[in-house]
Design a protein around this ligand. Structure first.
Ligand code: KE4
Length: 430
């Protein structure tokens, strides 16, 4: 039987020095209740907490661990590199090598700038789009999350939705007036915003497969429609590929859906768990970035050797093994089919949204296609399900509004164990 005494005391101690005891809100278990699990180590598909409990991991540090935790080649590369300083604040050949590797993997990129988080990547992309077009407004989608920069904290998903924060204090009216909102998958709403704001919208930023309202897929024609509208309105299309980059395919969602973005942002997998983000695009757009142009963006630790060698090593593995993507998809489909089976046997309404190794389930009888339908899901039951699984050694994201990230370290035995634990959990809570 799992006990959590050490996590409980660690949490009490942490709250004395860190807001809510966590360095990122979604870790606090606010949506599901109970004590957050304090982890000690991880290897492959498995996590080990401070009480010695073992879990099968479906969070993967929110995306980076696509080949599993403590992936040998990455660990060795970081250990070796660390001996020669952890940061220079000066250019290194390694930064060029990872940039060239990414250009070979992702279509339509001439220049890429490294930063330290997905937030930095997305906020820089918006600044660049504004600088390039001379326009101030941008469109984001209800329930999508692009990091915690002020302009994104309007109708944001992920932790903002999890905590049900309607209006984030500190975001000024001026900022939110320039952030226009449309429902995900609603092209007509996007067209209306352009009609109401003629020649004022610099860009549309979209998660090509949404992962911050739970996993929500683009409807047929949605991404193509955004591309067409941006072309007609001379606005830029920004694909926020912080989650989907190098996960939907080695070329990300742009390869999977054959849609070209004008600016693409990256995070998570690109750093293999070390702090890395990036934004990239064609030369005519990226040439506006300082010091080539005047759109200013900078960072002390951008491109630092540890993060670069970790990311380079992981991306090289993915680039050399495209078969990993089929393997990951087959595992996710196997899990989805198992879930549908055990829920169906118990007549429990469920929606399972899955695209490649991103997926999530909703206690909901209607399809989940945007934030409004996601928010109708039964979160109370999800919370009970979450804890029933946790004590059976299955670690899901601690929120209905978060996406699961499968790693290729998962075995079919792990998946069978997970499906069985789900059946037992349903029998326990319903
Ligand atoms: P970071 O600044 O957290 O590295 O990236 C922000 C971001 C940007 N774009 C997308 C599509 C994202 O999903 C994220 C961050 N994702 C969340 C998980 N929903 C990070 C987890 C957290 O906030 O602790």
């Amino acid at each position: 039987m799992y006990t959590y005494e050490s996590s409980k005391s660690a949490f009490e101690r942490a709250q004395k020095s860190i807001p809510a005891g966590v360095n990122s809100p979604v870790r606090a278990f606010k949506n599901v209740g109970g004590t957050p699990i304090f982890l000690e180590k991880a290897k492959g598909a498995y996590l080990y907490d401070v009480d010695g409990n073992k879990y099968i991991d479906f969070v993967g540090s929110w995306g980076p661990m696509i080949l599993g935790h403590a992936y040998e080649p990455v660990i060795e590369a970081v250990q070796k590199k660390a001996a020669f300083s952890t940061s220079f604040g000066a250019p290194t050949v390694l930064e060029t090598e990872i940039a060239e590797l990414i250009k070979s993997m992702v279509p339509d990129i001439d220049l890429i700038r490294m930063v330290n988080s997905g937030t930095e990547a997305c906020m820089s992309a918006i600044l660049l789009a504004r600088g390039y077009t001379g326009r101030n407004k941008f469109i984001k989608f209800d329930g999508c999350y692009h990091g915690h920069a002020d302009m994104f904290l309007v109708n944001a998903g992920s932790g903002v939705a999890t905590l049900n924060i309607q209006q984030v204090p500190g975001v000024t009216a001026g900022t939110s007036n320039d952030t226009l909102i449309a429902p995900y998958n609603d092209l007509e709403a996007v067209r209306q915003l352009f009609k109401q704001n003629p020649n004022e919208i610099a860009a549309i930023i979209v998660e090509p497969v949404a992962g911050n309202m739970g996993c929500v897929l683009p409807k047929e024609g949605f991404l193509e429609g955004l591309r067409k509208i941006c072309d007609e309105e001379n606005a830029l299309l920004i694909f926020d590929e912080v989650m989907t980059g190098f996960r939907q395919a080695k070329g990300g969602a742009q390869e999977r859906y054959l849609i070209r973005a004008d600016i693409t942002t990256f995070g998570k997998v690109i750093g293999a768990g070390l702090p890395v983000g990036a934004f990239a695009g064609r030369h005519e757009i990226m040439s506006h970035i300082a010091p080539l142009g005047n759109v200013y963006q900078a960072g002390t630790l951008s491109g630092n050797p540890l993060a670069m060698v970790a990311g380079y090593t992981l991306l090289k593995e993915l680039n050399e093994h495209p078969e990993y993507y089929e393997q990951l998809n087959e595992k996710a489909v196997y899990l989805k089919e198992g879930i549908l089976r055990v829920f169906g046997e118990r007549n429990v309404p469920v929606q399972v949204n899955q695209k490649q190794s991103m997926m999530s389930l909703f206690f909901n009888s209607e399809p989940v296609v945007d934030f409004a339908t996601s928010a109708k899901s039964d979160q109370t039951t999800f919370s009970k399900f979450f804890h029933a699984l946790l004590k059976r050694g299955i670690y899901l994201p601690a929120s209905q509004y978060e996406c699961w990230f499968l790693s290729n370290a998962l075995t079919y035995e792990d998946l069978d164990k997970t499906i069985l634990a789900m059946a037992e959990s349903l029998d326990e809570i319903l």
